[in-house]
Structures are given as C-alpha cells and as structure tokens.
Design a protein. Sequence first.
Length: 195
Amino acid sequence: MAFVEPVTLESRNVRLLPLGLAHEEGIRAAASDGQLWKLRVTSVPEPHEAKAYIETALQTDNRFAFAVTHATSGEVLGSTSYHDILPAVKRLEIGYTWYAARCQRTHVNSTCKLLLMSHAFETLGCHVVGWRTDNFNFASQAAIERLGAQKDGVIRGHAMRRDGTIRDTVMYSMRAGEWPEAKAQLLYMLDKPRP
C-alpha cells in the first residue's frame, strides 16, 4: 500500500480530485485565465501543454497531483500536489500549486491548504509538511508564512526557471505539533467576514 493513496478532499465548495487526463480541457482553461504561464516564478503550463503537464505529474515519482475544482460546477480552478513524499520519515511537501487568475485572493488557496494539511497531519500522520518556492515569488512566500510555516532557509542555485535563469529556492516547513494552532488560525481566516 502506498503512503499517499488516491483520495478526494472537499470543503467550502472546493473539491480536490486526483489529477487525470480527463482534466486536460479544464487545466487548459484555468491556465489561460490570466496568462499565468508568462510568470517566470511559477510552474503553470502554457495552455497547449496541458496534456503534457498532466502526464508529467502522473509519471513523476514521489508526487501525487490533484485537480482543484469547484465542487458544484466541476470547473477546474487549478492544480496542486503532494510531492517529495518520504514515507519512511512521514514527510511530504505541498507544491506545484497554481490557480486561474479569477481564483487568486479568494478562499480557494486557503481551503486547499486546509484540506491538504489536514489530510497530511491527521490522516497520513505526517511529522513534517514542507513547501518550497522561488526566491522572487514573494506572493507565494507571504502565503506560506500566513499558514504558520517556518522558513528553514534558502538553497542557492537550486533549480532552473522556464526562462533559463537559475533560481534560489526558499524552503519552509511545519511540524505536526505546530498544526493545531496553524489550523485554528486558518479556520479563523476562512470564517472571518470578507470586506
């Protein structure tokens, strides 16, 4: 039995489904909303690369990818993954996360993180959940820090960006003992009235 089994997670009208080729059109449409592939600090596929993006996600060892969908309409809103899954030490990372432009700065990201972190800590029994992001992706760094994750450090010259430049990677993590307080804060942020 694999450490991360196929699962559907749902809350607040956001549903995470195991990513599959059936989501190709939805991934293409979500990526097209805002031309997100033009951002040099993200992994959003160009619309014509939707099928290859899904195939790569499905074929990558130690990764389990989800389609982020609207629970009522079934519309694909983006994608996110568990990756760098280490069953022996009960650690995984959350990443490859992106959403259609219309979903950004809404409850979608916070809801996805609540679902993924709850499943990781409460069902899978993870000791640590990690995140990594480009050193110039300040929006992603701020979002990770709002979750209550701690900055572990920076790996210099760690990965290649799509434009050919070499990025530094900012690493974050949260330990299981920190999850109850982080979960309470995440629920508070999701439940407070929005202006």
